[in-house]
Design a protein around this ligand. Structure first.
Ligand code: IPD
Ligand code: CA
Ligand code: CA
Length: 246
């Protein structure tokens, strides 16, 4: 198990280096479906690297990545779920708030998650039942009440029909908490809740690769992750999400 985790973290580190050391003159931005949704040459490059490296580690595992329209056989014992760059708009803007996210399901359940922010050299990881860690040190959600908390949210930027509801909900939370933040990376938002840097994160729609690793990291840090209506979080489909300390 330790070897598997170390190998996956090594893949994340290499992917992070590709993101951090990107040739800014060769970003290659293209439009994707939905509002303000882009893909760069680096999203595809990092995914191709990750897929090849992860297939070498677990050759029989399924692979679901955000780019190249990949689909996965849900009956596989192990399934990797990869967001090669979570925070693509930040990456395009050179905003230094992006990461690589690698989740691994085992028999349909969240089993392992790795999220690496190459700009801060922060490696978050969790394995089911073994706690959550940042650069090898245990992390835990905060004990603060929401009234003394920071709320993170994602604006579901690619789904314009959810904007009004998102901003209404964030206004409600703004009134109950200290303040609001919007980072541009759902995976890093989840890790911020896990590390006790924020008390709550929500977004009205996310894809499996956005939350696969981060949701397990929050759970293993002692937090709670559900859909916005309080149902169990799925694994392989789009969903709303709320992650909180208690
Ligand atoms: C996006 C980011 C963003 C969130 C979007 C995601 P991408 O992922 O996580 O914070 O609001 O819903 O799709 O497109 O940068 O990989
Ligand atoms: Ca994403
Ligand atoms: Ca992405």
């Amino acid at each position: 198990m330790k070897k598997l985790l170390e190998q996956i973290m090594e893949v994340a580190r290499s992917c992070g280096a590709i993101i951090r050391d990107a040739d800014r003159s060769q970003i290659g931005i293209k439009d994707k479906e939905g509002r303000a949704n882009f893909v760069t040459a680096y999203d595809c490059k990092v995914q191709a690297y990750a897929e090849k490296a992860l297939r070498q580690i677990l050759p029989d595992a399924g692979f679901l990545g955000e780019e190249e329209g990949s689909t996965v056989d849900a009956t596989k014992e192990y399934i990797f779920i990869v967001d090669p760059i979570d925070g693509t708009t930040n990456f395009i803007k050179d905003y230094h708030m992006s990461c690589i996210s690698i989740g691994l399901l085992h028999n349909g359940e969240r089993y392992l998650g790795v999220v690496y922010n190459p700009y801060l050299e922060e490696m978050f990881h969790a394995v089911k039942g073994e706690g959550a860690f940042l650069n090898g040190k245990p992390i835990h959600v905060s004990d603060e009440p929401l009234s003394n908390g920071i709320v993170l949210f994602g604006s579901s930027p690619y789904n314009a029909e959810l904007s009004k509801a998102s901003f209404e909900l964030v206004y409600e939370y703004f009134q109950k908490a200290l303040d609001i933040r919007r980072s541009g990376s759902a995976a890093l938002d989840l890790c911020a809740v896990a590390a006790g840097r924020a008390e709550l994160f929500f977004e009205l729609i996310l894809s499996p690769w956005d939350y696969a690793a981060g949701a397990l990291i929050v759970e293993e840090a002692g937090g709670i992750v559900t859909t916005v209506s309080g149902d169990p979080l799925p694994t392989l489909v789009k969903t709303s999400i709320i992650a909180k300390n208690h």
